[in-house]
Design a binder for this molecule. Structure first.
Ligand SMILES: [Zn+2]
Length: 253
């Protein structure tokens, strides 16, 4: 935690210590502004203050405020707009940026396909059960649209877009946490994301994209959708687990 006092630096303090103090104040200010945006119910596009307003409100140095703004911009929380009517503007968080950051981290940790699918199974079993409970006319339309979209890839080779179905099911769970993390892991599992060769070997990437598998995947997705539309959570979960196990073993062959 940052220190509570904002006392002037005593003479003789090293520049490094002063920089570290500014950094802590910047992190604290960034947190405070994030909390304020949450309390304001996240008004995307609203200007929450000019640099002068924020300097007065948070009582930190210009260097600390600018570092705080850099952090807010990096986290996709807010950004500085210059010029008349400018100031710190509330941003709309970007789930793709989050997915990308998570992918970079998991790649760095050398996550294995087995570990990835273990996590996906846990999340997707929960998501599909919840989707069965929440399914309505609008949800049925979304499922059918996803299946129609992937049907055009049947008969050919495909990239990862055929697995968008999983993200749609997670969205239908009505749980934004499940939706986000299923989206992250689905993108990461897809051959081609960050380069297939980086995650898995080329042979595995080919086996995912083979045309007979595209058709099999499409049929499996249809069967999962049928179970969701019927509100049969047990069957939908069973089919989801079997599908994910098949995908995981294809990557490990
Ligand atoms: Zn799938």
């Amino acid at each position: 935690m940052a220190s509570k006092s904002v006392a002037a630096e005593p003479s003789g303090t090293t520049t490094a210590a002063s920089r570290s103090h500014t950094k802590k104040l910047a992190e604290l200010t960034c947190e405070k502004i994030e909390m304020k945006i949450i309390e304001m119910n996240w008004p995307v596009g609203e200007v929450i203050g000019s640099e002068a307003d924020l300097l007065a409100e948070y009582g930190v140095s210009r260097a600390a405020l600018r570092e705080a703004i850099r952090l807010l911009e990096h986290h996709n929380v807010a950004y500085m707009r210059r010029g008349p009517g400018g100031g710190l503007v509330v941003a709309e968080p970007d789930p793709d940026a989050m997915a990308h950051a998570a992918a970079v981290y998991l790649r760095y940790r050398k996550v294995t396909p087995k570990a990835l699918f273990e996590a996906r199974t846990a999340l997707e079993v929960a998501a599909v059960r919840s989707a069965c409970e929440h399914i309505d006319e609008d949800g049925i339309r979304k499922l059918r649209a996803a299946l129609e979209h992937e049907a055009q890839f049947v008969g050919g080779e495909s990239d990862a877009t055929i697995h968008d179905f999983h993200t749609v099911v997670a969205e239908l769970s009505g749980n934004p946490a499940l939706h986000l993390f299923v989206n992250v892991l689905t993108q990461l599992s897809a051959a081609g994301f960050l380069g297939a060769t980086a995650m898995f070997d080329k042979k595995a990437a080919r086996s995912v994209q083979a045309s007979h598998q595209v058709e099999e995947v499409h049929r499996t997705h249809e069967a999962i959708a049928d179970a969701i539309i019927a509100g049969d959570a047990g069957l939908a979960q069973h089919r989801t687990v079997r599908h994910l196990n098949a995908l995981a073993s294809a990557l490990e062959e």
